[in-house]
Design a protein around this ligand. Structure first.
Ligand code: UDP
Ligand code: MG
Length: 140
């Protein structure tokens, strides 16, 4: 069922500083199963396309520069009601507002460098997963 899946990225600041393992541990401890995973370095057009919804916003250029600054880990995650449950596990966009114990509270260094991405709807989770993974790489 599509609602059992969400899409996530471990962002460059977290990969660069060796937080991939600790973040994956929190994801697993949060009850999520990793259904697909790969490390990639986004090109400018890929990052712009992935974040197209934010084009024109004040933070867009900085976000694209950041997201292309180093490798990222892209994943499809499985959990009941995955989109909402994962947004709870990662916490608010701004780490200053994130709940204690969330991934962003633990690993974000700023609003921009907030360690992880999590899809905001089932529809976007499907689009984002399709952007990075072909059918043959997925468990579902
Ligand atoms: N972002 C930023 N400045 C802002 C808002 C967002 O740099 O004022 C970045 C941040 O990395 C965030 C991403 O843009 O995760 C996408 O923003 P969105 O509002 O979709 O937040 P999210 O869904 O990631 O919580
Ligand atoms: Mg978002």
């Amino acid at each position: 069922m599509y609602s059992d899946f969400t899409f996530s990225i471990i962002k460059p600041n977290a990969v660069r500083t060796g937080k991939t393992g600790p973040i994956l541990a929190m994801i697993n401890e949060g009850g999520f199963e990793i259904a697909a995973m790969r490390m990639v370095k986004l090109t400018l057009p890929q990052a712009e396309s992935f974040y197209a919804v934010h084009k024109g916003k004040s933070f867009f250029e900085g976000l694209i520069e950041f997201m292309t600054s180093g490798p990222v880990v892209v994943m499809i995650l499985r959990h009941e009601n995955a989109v909402d449950q994962f947004r709870k596990l990662i916490g608010a966009t701004d780490p200053a507002k994130a709940e204690p114990g969330t991934i962003r509270k633990t690993f974000a260094v700023s609003v921009q460098m907030n360690a992880v991405h999590g899809s905001d709807s089932v529809e976007n989770a499907i689009k984002e997963a399709d952007f990075f993974f072909s059918g043959i790489e997925r468990f579902y």
